[in-house]
Design a protein around this ligand. Structure first.
Ligand code: BGC
Length: 538
């Protein structure tokens, strides 16, 4: 292992959703050249790596999470040459590139599926999950799709059903088939050879399904929580014991790691969403033979309280062992954090406090484009909907368009500098008022806070790799210690919009040059203003 190999511990990874980042060819959809154009901006944030959401060939039914060719760039995003240039330019700035790999399913337009559906005997006949109808002509079991309806689609040609966890145009690959596993590893290696530093592995615990196709048990109402999907979604009414997170998948994680270990410093961050996500995350990242990091949805949920954060972290710490978590409070699938957790008041203070908190938990952090600008969820009307998930469940669930609207760069340019001609989703008015240009010029902006905070954090070993321990404090005041090599940092956050007072029993001193907001320390009696926070040595 080279000295490079541990860069990801405590790193900050910036998620770019390229459709909405910057459009350079006027088609209203962001592209790879747009990411290249804004690399100086990304560099200015002080992040370690960039995670690029899918840019591969795709019919775009799920906006790129439905891949029809793993080895090519979709023309709406550019070309392989553009991608190579992005890799070269990012590297020259010291920013690593991680790309999304959507391995559990392909698009129904993928050549593998076209071949597989031809017959029951063709060379790729077993590459997808095919099953006969039961004696009444019904699907083989009760599995349902996250995006609505049953998880089985009838195929006239083969006279069989195929399985899809997501859209019916996203058939699941059959990982019980050894040729599929071998082929997928080759698809991944294609990008490692092109110089990527690693992968975000989409829905990675969804690769395998139960080979006996057993029914999922019914889940009572009180147990239904939404992790990236609403608790009203029928999907929430089952325990997903058999359609994902099968034991066999761990061996496949090890094969992925073997591949990564041949490319020094390359890593995998697995997106994990199971019935016991934190336990699964620990399993998937255990030892040095599996994935390096696991991404979870616990802080992407609606629930917001110091107890929720504390319980989540403690639950994870109890099982994590040598594994490693990655936290996120926003992404392209959930309502933006300032809207989801905020009260609407003092939005900028709230956004700063949340970043500071999330970036101080033990683990790596993913920051989703726009989060560094304190973006709220954009209002989306029904006629503007693009997301198939929102179209299916409107109005109970409005889909994911509100967190995917384009970045507003310049106040006075058409479409706020996102594109000079069009925009696939509207650029939100509230974001234009708060655009990059405006925030750049304001030393107190959320954007400038991010830059300062991340620059400071880089030098704080306790925050990067230290152990974590929570400290008892009044409700809504989240207090924890991070300790590394006999050095301890005490971190406190007021999650509420009311000032809180807390007497700290230890002798504490403000950490030199640490960012803070609204904290006063009178001989250990701390007054923390609404959404205030601070860092102390102890
Ligand atoms: C991605 C979603 C996508 C789904 C299906 C998720 O976990 O983040 O955006 O729709 O996988 O690929």
């Amino acid at each position: 292992m080279g000295e490079n190999s541990q860069w990801w511990r405590g790193a900050v990874i910036y998620q770019v959703y390229p459709r909405s980042f910057c459009d350079t060819n006027g088609d209203g959809i962001g592209d790879i050249r747009g990411v290249i154009k804004k690399l100086d901006y990304i560099e200015s944030l002080g992040v370690d790596a960039l995670w690029l959401s899918p840019f591969f060939k795709s019919p775009m039914k799920d906006f790129g999470y439905d891949i029809s060719d793993y080895r090519d760039v979709d023309p709406i995003f550019g070309t392989l040459e553009d991608f190579d240039e992005l890799v070269a330019q990012s590297k020259s700035k010291g920013i690593r590139i991680m790309i999304d790999q959507v391995l559990s399913h392909t698009s129904d337009q993928h050549a593998w599926f076209t071949e597989s559906r031809q017959s029951k005997t063709n060379p790729k006949a077993d590459w997808y999950v095919w099953a006969d109808a039961d004696s009444d002509g019904n699907p083989p079991n009760n599995w349902i799709s996250i995006f609505g309806g049953g998880a089985w689609e009838w195929d006239e040609g083969r006279q069989q059903f195929y399985f899809h966890n997501f859209l019916r145009s996203q058939p699941d690959l059959n990982y019980h088939c050894p040729q599929v596993r071998a082929q997928i590893l080759e698809e991944m290696e294609f990008w490692l050879k092109r110089g990527v530093d690693g992968f975000r592995l989409d829905a990675i615990n969804f690769c395998y399904h139960d080979s006996q196709l057993r029914d999922n048990p019914f889940k009572p109402e009180k147990e239904r929580t939404g992790r990236g999907f609403s608790s009203d979604n029928p999907y929430a009414a089952q325990y997903h014991l058999y359609d994902n997170t099968q034991e066999e998948n761990l061996e496949f994680m090890e094969s992925i790691r073997e591949l990564l270990d041949r490319y020094d410093g390359s890593v995998a961050l697995g997106e994990i969403n199971s019935e016991t996500s934190l336990k699964t995350l620990a399993e998937y990242t255990q030892g040095n033979k599996r994935l390096q990091m696991g991404y979870n949805f616990e802080l992407l949920a609606d629930e917001f309280s110091s107890n929720h954060i504390k319980n989540t972290v403690n639950e994870l710490e109890a099982v994590i062992g040598e594994g490693w978590p990655c936290w996120a409070v926003s992404n392209h699938d959930v309502t933006r954090v300032v809207t989801r957790w905020g009260t609407g008041e003092h939005r900028n203070e709230f956004a700063k406090m949340i970043l500071a908190m999330a970036a101080s938990l033990r683990g790596t952090l993913c920051v989703y484009q726009g989060e560094e600008l304190g973006y709220t969820e954009s209002p989306i009307e029904q006629h503007q909907l693009q997301d198939p998930f929102g179209i299916e469940f409107w109005p109970e669930f409005k889909g994911r368009d509100g967190c995917r609207t384009p970045i507003a760069w310049n106040r006075d340019e058409p479409l706020a500098g996102f594109s000079d001609k069009a925009s696939w989703l509207p650029v939100a008015k509230c974001h234009i008022d708060n655009c990059v240009e405006v925030q750049d010029a304001n030393p107190d902006s959320v954007l400038n806070f991010y830059r300062t905070f991340l620059a400071w954090r880089k030098g704080e070993q306790t925050l990067l790799v230290g152990d974590i321990e929570f400290v008892d404090a009044p409700e809504q005041l989240l207090v924890f210690k991070r300790t590394h090599n006999a050095q301890t940092t005490l971190a406190i956050y007021n999650l509420s919009d009311q000032p809180l007072v807390w007497r700290c029993n230890s002798n504490i001193k403000p950490l030199p040059s640490s960012p803070s907001q609204g904290v006063e320390n009178l001989n250990g009696e701390l007054t923390v203003s609404k959404f205030g926070f601070g860092y102390f040595s102890i």
